[in-house]
Design a protein around this ligand. Structure first.
Ligand code: COA
Length: 330
């Protein structure tokens, strides 16, 4: 391992479908209201994939945009990781379709299943490959087509989810002040049923009964997820700051998983961290799981909120249970 080498973010890109589902649309579908959804989650609208699109096609476009921003051709990539829990197919991986469609013929490609933490897990893993000198042009994607696994009869969960994809390119740098400075990853399988998709896997293969029983949709213990998310968000923020000896003044932006505005606010308040340094776009996208951080990162870069030299913290938690953080200087 060459500790002189770090993984620098050289390009960021995202793709979000045009179609929008507003809270008013949900008022016509289930027993809910714009007021309830806004107050409890902060969500106003979310994007829904077009019929002709899916996880791989959204990822391919996000990846193409990230490569363009990095000034490289996708054919130069040597690694593609796609963080997703809504893969194109169970077999092969979404990453292999993306590799084909990007023409990245020399790239190794695999999916990473860590739910909402998938993108940050991917950043951590790709960084280690770069530091070890094994790969030098890595595309890390977070992408979800959650609306195809959402039970629109379940008002407790259906109002939360949206679709989209985001991606970054990581490349080696010898500048020690740049790139991925620190990562942390954890899991606790005891919380397997906080958020899960019961059928379609080896444990419970698809059958007429599983379809009838709505077992191909995400199930969620909302209150338990809420408590877990608040605790882990605080823990991750504190851990990343301590590990890199950072104060709030040293940090330009925290990009948290867009889970719920109340969770984000509560964690920031408890740690006395200024909310204006925490990126929030859940109002426009809902919860897009692994895609939420790279979509937000792309928005923040394009809006000029962060750029060359910015200190950014990425914080995620989700099904598994999983949680992960990364400290990155752009
Ligand atoms: C889902 C979530 C918004 C629910 O908010 P909450 O404050 O915990 O609400 P509760 O689940 O306790 O439900 C409160 C009431 O609202 C009702 N309710 C649930 N969904 C509703 C909806 N869409 N519209 C109106 N009422 C709703 C419940 O039935 C319940 O009614 P009751 O008191 O008569 O039983 C919240 O728990 C949450 O955001 N959890 C995290 C979920 C998440 O992000 N998962 C993905 C993880 S990465």
């Amino acid at each position: 391992m060459n500790s002189q080498i770090k993984a620098a973010v050289t390009g960021v890109g995202a793709y979000v479908p045009d179609k929008v589902l507003t809270n008013a649309d949900f008022e016509k579908m289930v027993d809910t209201s714009d007021e309830w959804i806004t107050q409890r989650t902060g969500i106003k609208e979310r994007h829904v994939v077009a019929e002709s699109d899916s996880t791989a096609s959204m990822s391919t476009e996000a990846g193409r945009r990230a490569c363009r921003a990095a000034g490289i051709d996708p054919s130069e990539l040597d690694l593609i990781i796609c963080g997703t829990i809504t893969p194109e197919t169970l077999c092969p991986s979404s990453a292999c379709y993306i590799q084909r469609d990007l023409g990245a013929t020399d790239a190794a490609a695999f999916d990473l299943s860590a739910a909402c933490s998938g993108f940050v897990y991917g950043v951590s893993i790709a960084s280690r490959f770069i530091e070890a000198g094994q790969f030098s042009k890595c595309l890390i994607i977070g992408a979800e087509t959650l609306t195809r696994f959402t039970d629109y009869d379940d008002r407790g969960s259906c109002i939360l989810f949206g679709d989209g994809a985001g991606a970054i390119v990581l490349q080696p740098t010898t500048d020690p002040t740049k790139g991925v400075q620190y990562t942390v990853m954890h899991a606790d399988g005891n919380g397997w049923d906080y958020i899960w998709l019961p059928a379609g896997g080896a444990k419970l293969p698809a059958s007429q009964q599983t379809v009838t029983d709505h077992l191909h949709y995400l199930k969620m213990r909302g209150r338990d997820v809420y408590k877990f998310a608040i605790e882990k968000m605080q823990w991750l923020l504190a851990d990343c700051m301590t590990a890199c000896n950072l104060s709030a003044d040293d940090i330009d932006l925290v990009v948290p998983h867009q889970v719920n505005i109340r969770i984000i606010k509560s964690a920031a308040e408890k740690l006395n961290f200024p909310l204006e340094k925490v990126y929030v776009n859940i109002d426009r996208y809902g919860n897009t799981s692994a895609a939420s951080i790279p979509i937000a990162l792309d928005e923040a870069v394009r809006a000029g909120r962060i750029g060359d030299g910015s200190m950014v913290l990425l914080i995620a938690f989700g099904a598994g249970l999983t949680w992960a953080g990364a400290v990155v200087r752009l």
